[in-house]
Design a protein around this ligand. Structure first.
Ligand code: COA
Length: 171
């Protein structure tokens, strides 16, 4: 998929491709998940999609990476997968790239016959809205998740994230 963007960084275009998880850039992964240790645990057995800025090619011949979406199987991966990390470079956010990455991942999951996609996110804020706009529904809550699993406190607009909502999309 290739899209032409409008906004401060125009003219430019980007596309979505699959990516070897080992090549996923740390600066993007850490935007969504501040725990390096957690990322190292889930990355090797993950499936990744990348958004690349095709107007600006890197020495490899591929465009600069501006977004990433990481999914891991639950159990044998036949029924349920988790969207475990997704991030778009700050300068490129709110241009539809996150939605395009997620729609590509959803298409891939449907082709594999997967039935549910799950994501954990904060109990308030922009990310919650982002996932709900795609169609995810709240299915569970893990109280104190962010207090117990992260050494650095997570704050958004003056409020500390404590509880994690589990959201599920039926595919
Ligand atoms: C969440 C994220 C991946 C969304 O990517 P994106 O390319 O900005 O998303 P899209 O442009 O497709 O969709 C944007 C929509 O998401 C919501 N949204 C996302 N970021 C927002 C922000 N900073 N402020 C307000 N709304 C935001 C809004 O509903 C917005 O729609 P709108 O622009 O019409 O108001 C991106 O903001 C990001 O990388 N955030 C930091 C990392 C992160 O928190 N990842 C998720 C971990 S749970």
């Amino acid at each position: 998929m290739t899209s032409t963007l409008t906004g401060p960084s125009t003219p430019a275009s980007w596309n979505i491709t699959t990516m070897n998880p080992a090549e996923a850039p740390w600066h993007l992964l850490l935007l969504a998940d501040p725990s390096r240790e957690r990322i190292k645990r889930y990355l090797p057995h993950s499936t990744c999609f990348a958004a690349r800025q095709t107007a600006q090619f890197t020495p490899s011949g591929l465009g600069a990476l501006i977004g990433v979406c990481v999914l891991t199987p639950e159990g044998d991966g036949q029924h349920k997968w988790e969207l475990i990390n997704m991030a778009v470079s700050t300068a490129w956010q709110r241009n539809g790239i996150g939605s395009a990455l997620l729609h590509r991942a959803i298409r891939d999951m449907r082709q594999r016959g997967v039935r549910q996609l799950e994501v954990g996110t904060g109990s308030f804020g922009d990310q919650l809205l982002f996932y709900q706009r795609i169609g995810f529904r709240v299915t569970d809550i893990e109280r104190d998740f962010f207090l117990q699993n992260y050494t650095t406190p997570l704050w958004e607009r003056g409020v500390q994230h404590k509880d994690m909502l589990k959201l599920t999309l039926d595919l």
